[in-house]
Design a protein around this ligand. Structure first.
Ligand code: HEC
Ligand code: HEC
Ligand code: HEC
Ligand code: HEC
Ligand code: HEC
Ligand code: HEC
Length: 507
């Protein structure tokens, strides 16, 4: 083959493919970026292409050009063209070479610009809730939904799960690659398990926004309930929660005392529900050890066990992925007026329908719609006729309750993950504050009902109107001193007694 010295080295198949790839990728990146810029819409799959796939294609294409050229050059040298020196000649006095050189510099600048924009945007994109919550949306659906209905709905996933700093970003992306693999090849656990073992210590993330020294006052909160009876009788507990307690603050007593002190514990189960051992470093440096009087550990077991330093997530393990029980949801829907509490037995009926096991959301929707309508047609034909609109609205709201708290695809429902903040459905604070953890000196971790909150007022069917203000919580049904002896969760959650109000009532 005669050697054509005039034809450029880049005139070969590999380099040409590279150039086509690079030009196409550049065009696509510019088009997609402008689309996003003009419409303001961020779509997870478009993002993946604009920030990762096309820039990858651009770089790959550009790499192909010199590779192809190098091969042609080698070929020509092998064929005996001794005039070709080992390195290219750069003679800017030849106009053709000079133009090529200027073109090369300009193209490089454009290339660096495009790739930088793509990587900055790509970084932002991997930090967005679109990326975290929607990209693998079946897997993240429960968390993304619950997050959207929580006080942290404006806080990005990464602010809690990654936090500031490059080291944690890299760590998160490496484990992200593993997760991507798990999603693509379906090796992820059916239900995501908690606690997350390698969650960044909460004090690095939560304290970025929250200022524990500020917890000095009480927090007033009203707990609304409705009886599962014909009238859906309202019940109200108005409480002052003693959230003070960090030693720097003037009121160094109260709930946040735990984070101003060094409290460590041993849990014998993965979910950290059984806590037989707690140790506290007192101000004078002495260690006080509390041991479960029911299931004490031996010295040897204590020495061997993993000890965990208490942080925010030992109480606030659900600051944003908050699921509510059917009963709690119904109560909130009555308070907000979304469901008409004048519909007889509507709480009881809805809670029963919500607690039935369903395989899919569609099945639940059908059963809820049919169940509520049939109930009134059969038992209250007059109500069914007169309040048709209210019944229809109730159906829509109850179906929405299902979608917010039950995710059959991921086998997640409201009670899959315990919430440690109180003691109603799961032991929560009573994991330690059950009055059954004692130190060698006889000190007990208190279960005193006024340690953590004070009842400011209560309204209920068994408290007559005009009666003197209650000081202690009055249980809606008389359960004697079980209220002090038994943990609330033993009756109010799965496995306990059949309690209609708890959303666990199945008949
Ligand atoms: C306010 C802080 C915060 C924000 C914002 C946040 N998370 Fe979480 N997330 C947590 C905590 C705390 C846990 C529970 C850890 C535990 O129990 O060990 C958790 C747990 C999870 C879990 C494990 C399963 C579960 O339900 O506990 C997943 C998955 C998850 N988060 C995904 C997300 C996604 C996706 C987003 C954004 C849409 C997000 N998180 C936003 C704090 C947060
Ligand atoms: C990026 C900032 C940010 C981070 C990080 C953050 N939060 Fe928050 N948090 C907020 C804001 C803002 C609110 C107030 C929302 C409101 O009142 O509407 C809030 C509210 C809360 C509340 C009160 C909720 C209620 O019922 O009113 C708690 C408890 C809380 N955060 C705990 C946590 C915990 C625990 C973490 C760490 C896992 C955390 N937060 C991380 C910004 C943040
Ligand atoms: C891991 C065990 C553990 C858990 C869980 C726990 N606590 Fe404590 N708590 C302790 C210990 C230990 C003390 C110190 C007892 C003492 O010194 O008498 C304490 C003391 C307290 C005090 C008194 C503080 C003071 O000012 O003297 C309050 C209030 C309190 N806890 C509230 C709570 C609340 C509310 C929860 C649940 C959200 C909770 N605790 C969960 C171990 C725990
Ligand atoms: C011993 C359990 C416990 C620990 C540990 C704990 N909290 Fe709390 N925190 C509570 C309780 C209980 C409340 C009141 C909850 C309620 O009102 O429903 C509360 C309330 C709050 C509030 C709302 C305050 C307000 O003014 O309404 C914020 C914010 C908060 N905690 C953040 C944190 C952060 C950040 C940490 C870690 C540095 C932390 N908490 C550690 C139990 C705890
Ligand atoms: C160690 C602290 C602590 C002790 C001891 C304690 N509580 Fe509570 N309790 C809490 C916290 C924290 C909440 C708030 C949970 C929330 O905000 O969701 C709460 C909530 C409640 C509620 C409202 C529940 C609801 O959902 O309506 C009642 C009622 C209540 N407590 C009664 C009691 C009684 C009765 C006792 C004594 C047997 C007691 N508490 C002992 C920490 C405690
Ligand atoms: C021995 C079992 C038992 C124990 C222990 C128990 N409860 Fe109950 N609880 C019930 C029953 C039964 C009802 C009645 C259901 C109804 O009529 O709503 C109820 C209802 C309630 C309600 C009203 C619920 C609603 O939605 O209307 C509250 C609030 C309540 N209990 C709080 C507590 C607290 C707080 C504790 C722990 C300090 C506790 N209970 C311990 C059995 C128990």
């Amino acid at each position: 083959m005669p050697i054509r010295k005039t034809a450029g080295y880049a005139w070969n198949m590999i380099s040409l493919i590279g150039m086509i790839l690079a030009v196409t990728a550049t065009g696509l990146i510019i088009a997609f970026l402008s689309f996003e810029f003009i419409t303001g819409v961020e779509k997870p799959y478009l993002g993946l292409m604009t920030y990762f796939l096309f820039p990858g294609m651009l770089i790959f294409g550009l790499l192909l050009v010199p590779i192809g050229a190098y091969r042609v050059r080698n070929e020509r040298r092998k064929q005996g063209d001794v005039e070709i020196p080992p390195y290219p000649r750069l003679d800017l006095n030849v106009p053709h070479r000079r133009h090529l050189f200027i073109f090369f510099i300009l193209a490089s600048i454009i290339f660096v610009l495009i790739v930088s924009i793509a990587s900055i945007k790509g970084f932002e994109f991997t930090e967005s809730t679109t990326f975290c919550g929607e990209l693998c949306h079946v897997v993240m659906e429960p968390e993304h939904t619950a997050w959207g209905n929580s006080p942290h709905a404006k806080v990005k996933c990464v602010e809690c799960h990654v936090g500031p700093g490059a080291a944690w970003y890299v760590k998160a992306k490496i484990s992200g690659l593993r997760q991507l693999y798990a999603v693509l090849f379906h090796t992820y656990p059916e239900t995501i398990e908690t606690p997350i073992e390698n969650l960044r210590p909460a004090r690095d993330t939560c304290e970025h926004c929250h200022w524990p020294e500020k917890f000095y006052a009480g927090r007033q909160k009203v707990f609304y309930h409705y009886a599962p009876n014909e009238a859906n009788t309202p019940r109200e507990i108005n409480m002052l929660i003693n959230i003070g307690g960090v030693p720097k603050s003037p009121h160094a007593k109260g709930i946040h005392w735990h984070i101003g002190s060094e409290v460590t514990y041993i849990a014998t189960d993965k979910k950290r529900l059984n806590i037989p051992y707690i140790s506290v470093k007192e101000k004078d440096g002495k260690i006080t050890e509390y041991m479960s009087t029911e299931k004490p550990l031996t010295r040897d077991e204590i020495a061997k066990a993993n000890k965990r330093l208490m942080d925010c997530t030992d109480c606030h393990n659900r600051p944003t992925h908050i699921y509510r029980s059917p009963s709690q949801e119904m109560d909130e829907n009555f308070v907000s007026g979304h469901i008409d509490s004048a519909l007889p037995y509507v709480k009881k009926v809805a809670v029963e329908l919500l607690t039935k096991p369903y395989k899919t959301t569609e099945e639940a929707n059908t059963s809820i719609a049919g169940g509520i309508q049939d109930y009134y047609n059969k038992n209250y034909p007059k109500v069914a006729a007169e309040k048709a609109a209210a019944i229809k609205k109730a159906v829509v709201e109850v179906q929405a309750i299902y979608r917010r708290n039950f995710f059959p695809q991921m086998k997640v429902s409201w009670n899959t993950y315990p919430n440690h903040i109180g003691h109603f459905y799961t032991p929560g604070c009573f994991r330690c504050h059950d009055g059954k953890h004692k130190s060698a000196q006889g000190k007990v971790i208190s279960k005193d009902c006024n340690l953590c909150h004070t009842v400011l007022g209560q309204k209920q069917e068994n408290i007559p109107a005009g009666a003197p203000q209650v000081k202690n919580f009055v249980h809606p049904v008389d359960i004697g001193d079980e209220i002090y002896k038994t943990n609330c969760s033993e009756c109010h959650s799965a496995g306990g007694e059949d309690v209609p109000g708890s959303g666990r009532h199945e008949k």
